[in-house]
Unconditional design. Structure first.
Length: 336
């Protein structure tokens, strides 16, 4: 058949309702599902029909209702780990197509649809809309790993073995580092061991953890320490585990008040301290691209780390479980 006679690909036709279901947080620890108008993309924007959205620990402080929090949230508010398919294009968007699987950096993705800038979209391979793919936390892990400057032969302590800690354990062990995972939860330590941790230590006594790491390292402590909890006591321990001229990486999201640090210790040891959270959307997208490559080449099996899946109607339970971490919990997603 000549090129002139080849049939053109059938256009992608998407059924678009006039309204969508969205979760709205109505007060501390309470949410409701409402039917709201479908959002329309403006210039440079796209609308995505969400397949799912990850539940982030950073949601927990707003969920608790601090003084600065305003209720009700926007429809879909707090959801920022979405993935799905492109549903509609705004003016001037030429590099995406309706029906294309994507992960997003949008901010109202606890809803059936969300709208955001085309520049905040990561195209995914065909079929990924049906896979579990919260791209934002994966990109976060890749960026933290890059800023940690981890190399083969180093001893790396990761304090906090949740979803983020598990990803970082995998990346660090694959780089040839000896990873020491520290967590309060036996299940999380089991996951860290599967991700390649050489040593797993229960965080039930800070001083006992420090003594064990001194024993493992001959007293020199760790060249790299990543704090991945966002809590005061693990942050204190992370500083204590970092050896002279080592690098202390703050990966936990500290959002519930000021922290105290032992500045004398940090000074005396000459520590490099890195706050590893990116704020540039393009840096996030870069990390997400690296994370997608790591999934495709088998370095990361993202779906095995997602332990709990909920309906949109059960978002409140998903947030409560993310806070309370029942046995066997590592990461929650909401499926639309």
């Amino acid at each position: 058949m000549t090129a002139a006679l080849k049939a053109s690909p059938a256009p992608v036709v998407l059924t678009r309702p006039a309204a969508m279901r969205a979760a709205i947080v109505t007060g501390p620890g309470t949410c409701a599902i409402r039917e709201v108008p479908l959002p329309e993309p403006g210039p440079g924007q796209v609308r995505v029909r969400n397949s799912g959205c990850g539940v982030c620990a950073s949601n927990l402080t707003p969920w608790a209702g601090p003084d600065w929090m305003q209720f009700p949230t926007l429809p879909g508010g707090l959801g920022h780990e979405g993935w799905g398919i492109v549903d509609a294009l705004g003016p001037d968007v030429t590099d995406l197509e309706p029906g294309q699987p994507v992960a997003t950096l949008f901010h109202n993705s606890y809803a059936e649809y969300d709208v955001g800038d085309a520049a905040a979209v990561l195209p995914l391979p065909e079929g990924f809309e049906e896979r579990v793919f919260p791209g934002e936390p994966l990109g976060c892990a890749m960026n933290i790993f890059r800023r940690s400057d981890i190399a083969a032969g180093q001893t790396v302590a990761i304090v906090g073995a949740g979803f983020l800690g598990a990803l970082l354990t995998r990346l660090a062990s694959q780089a040839g580092a000896r990873v020491v995972a520290v967590s309060r939860r036996p299940f999380a330590l089991d996951v860290a061991r599967r991700m390649g941790a050489a040593e797993c230590i229960a965080l039930d006594d800070r001083h006992a953890v420090l003594d064990r790491v001194r024993e493992l390292t001959g007293g020199t402590l760790c060249e790299r320490v990543i704090e991945a909890t966002g809590k005061q006591e693990p942050l204190t321990l992370a500083g204590e585990l970092t050896g002279e001229r080592g690098r202390l990486v703050i990966a936990g999201y500290h959002q519930d008040g000021p922290r105290q640090i032992d500045m004398q210790l940090w000074n005396w040891r000459g520590l490099d301290v890195i706050n590893a959270h990116e704020r540039d959307p393009q840096a996030y997208l870069s990390g997400m691209r690296e994370g997608l490559a790591a999934v495709l080449d088998g370095t990361i099996d993202l779906e095995t780390l997602v332990t709990h899946s909920y309906r949109l109607e059960d978002l409140g339970q998903a947030l409560d479980d993310t806070r309370d971490r029942p046995d066997g919990f590592l990461k929650a997603v909401v499926r639309m």
